[in-house]
Write a protein that binds this ligand. Structure first.
Ligand code: AMP
Length: 197
């Protein structure tokens, strides 16, 4: 929604890694072994992917989804931005309950080609699982599984939650109630982006 509305490039390490896995590259296959179990991929690998992406895109702004996920990654991102003479305008923390997470992953459908994400409860996609943007197949993710989720939540608690205090020290952090529908969440995020245009 951010890309379409504001024409800002968006990327996420998860999308890049799934593409690498589908291409069968050594990196994609190695990372997949970790992701399948719900673990986080080592910081050095993730930062290299983001650095490569930034060298090719993001001249007119960018959004990272699911990055940084550790304090080390956040420190490395600051170093990367400093080298490019840029600063971080916004760090958005979506507050969601464990119930919301469970409900959403139980019905999540994702386009294998472009990453567009929707839900099985969206009737038109349940019947015709084709991406409306690129005609790719909408599939259930292998790691959207109740037992893998336990590990993903534990990784989040121990490695990602400390980022809250990391970013609280800067003015960039904004917390948004992510338990609401996507239009309400998008409206809040849009307002934050508009303020910085
Ligand atoms: P996502 O698509 O954001 O849910 O990410 C899927 C999987 O990719 C995660 O469970 C991790 O294994 C890996 N991954 C994505 N982003 C990161 C990151 N910033 N740091 C480490 N691993 C990541």
């Amino acid at each position: 929604m951010i890309t379409r509305h504001f024409a800002i490039s968006v990327t996420s390490p998860g999308t890049i890694l799934r593409r690498e896995r589908d291409l069968g590259t050594p990196l994609g296959l190695e990372a997949d072994e970790i992701s399948k179990q719900g673990g986080l991929v080592p910081d050095d690998i993730i930062v290299r992917l983001i650095e490569d992406w930034l060298n090719l895109h993001g001249q007119d702004g960018f959004v990272f989804d699911g990055f940084p996920r550790t304090v080390r990654q956040a420190e490395r991102l600051n170093e990367l931005l400093e080298k490019k003479g840029k600063t971080l305008d916004l760090a958005i923390w979506l507050d969601v309950s464990e119930k919301t997470v469970r409900d959403r992953i139980a019905g999540r459908l994702q386009c294998r080609r472009c990453g567009f994400t929707t839900s099985l409860t969206s009737a038109c996609f349940a019947e015709r699982s084709i991406c409306p943007y690129c005609d790719g197949p909408l599939i259930r993710r292998e790691d959207d599984d109740a037992s893998v989720l336990q590990t993903r939540l534990a990784e989040f608690k121990s490695k990602t939650e400390p980022l809250l205090s990391f970013y609280e020290e800067s003015d960039a952090l904004h917390r948004i109630d992510g338990n609401r529908d996507r239009e309400a969440v998008f409206a809040d995020i849009s307002a934050l982006i508009e303020e910085r245009k």
